[in-house]
Design a protein around this ligand. Sequence first.
Ligand SMILES: Nc1nc2c(ncn2[C@@H]2O[C@H](COP(=O)(O)OP(=O)(O)OP(=O)(O)O)[C@@H](O)[C@H]2O)c(=O)[nH]1
Ligand SMILES: [Mg+2]
Length: 449
Amino acid sequence: MSTVFLHVGQAGNEVAAAFWKLAAAEKPPQRYLFDARGRCRAVLVDTEAKVVRGAVASVGADRLHPRCALVEQGGRGNNWAMGYHGAGDAPGRGVADAAMEAVRWQVEGCDWFAGLTLCHSIGGGTGAGLGSLLLQEARDAYPSQYLTAASLSPFAAGELPLGFYNATLALSFLQEYSDAVLLFDNAAMLNQLAAVAATASHASSHSSRAPPRLCMRTLDEYVARALAGLVFPTDGAAGRRPFDAGELVSSVCPMPSAKFLRLHSSPPPPPPSTSSTASSSAPSSSSSASRAPSWETIVADCASRLPRYDLYHKPVVSLSSVAIARGTGAEPPDARVRERVAALMGPSPVTSSSVDWKLSSSVQTALPSVGMHRSLTVASNRCCVAAQMEQLVLRAQLQLSERAYLHHYERYGVSSDYISSRLELVRQVGDDYAAMSSAVARKPSRLAS
Ligand SMILES: Nc1nc2c(ncn2[C@@H]2O[C@H](COP(=O)(O)OP(=O)(O)OP(=O)(O)O)[C@@H](O)[C@H]2O)c(=O)[nH]1
Ligand SMILES: [Mg+2]
């Protein structure tokens, strides 16, 4: 059972570089992530050649089939409409057709194709617009397969003038055509990793030094590790088990209107100044016992970075979660640790057991590629996305009411009415999450019992 990964746009390809480097360093057998010739089950696409070239160089040219590293010149101008409809006076489908062809080729190469994961940012033109088109076409081509996405949400106001329209349009396609979306918030990730870097710097003997500067690469590494925690194979009763998107969807997406997930991974990557040594040193089993942090420490880190309150300071409600503990060996998370994680997530309005546990015992599946001996990855369906969506929709709506930047979209046949209808779809998702959150707030005692 294999998943095919489709990386689109700059951010999607930067994450590809970090993710596939980790995958290549994993212990054999690697058949779920790579084909028989050791090539990634991935398609890389961008409209700027240097991004894909950089990712290929980073992963290794022999790890990617040439037909799966696709570029078109010119970029998509941070414009969803240009990404979706194609650039130029005679818009051809160009790279979109080539990408779908490459996906088909990858799918045919899988013994058992389990689903497709799109990896992209939703704030620009290529990842957001072309990513939306490819997702829509993938749904058409694979109606009964699981389509998931790892989607990077833009920073706060003002980063890109068209960012709110782009993000809203892309979210509407994710809602319509995918089964589950791992929504990463760039601003929140940066804050959390800055706090980790500040703590590490303070704790080190060089406490007078300023914490290291964080960059996009640090975020990419975080995203890659979190994805690895979720999708790298785990140990099961009958040997190594591949990622099963269907299992994820059925345990964390209780209804089709609530499919936006958060992905957390503990411990976090070390700050940039120490990451090179950490990531290059795969652990030896003899040192694993001494270097593995306790489950209590790991859960405490998770607790310190999982937001308890949303943007409006309302307690965050989780609908359901899956916790993947790796490197459990002879010491799996005990009842107290599990209770702590359940308490972190709080009562769910839709399920009695708010956290599903998945344990993987060996050091080989504990993410040795990143120097981990033990890790916890939590994918949770949390109502805090309501506030995030509301903010994006509100800003897009404000721009729309002033007809700001609309000509950029109209040039490609995307009208204000169309944007308005897609915006409504995303607003509805936010409203549904907000309603579930309020339901829990009104009935705390019954749900907690
Ligand atoms: N986490 C993360 N976010 C990124 C990265 N690169 C860009 N972004 C964010 O992604 C958004 C811009 O999207 P890009 O991926 O650069 O754009 P693109 O998909 O290549 O589209 P165009 O260049 O407009 O054709 C902004 O919100 C950036 O902050 C990255 O490497 N990591
Ligand atoms: Mg780009």
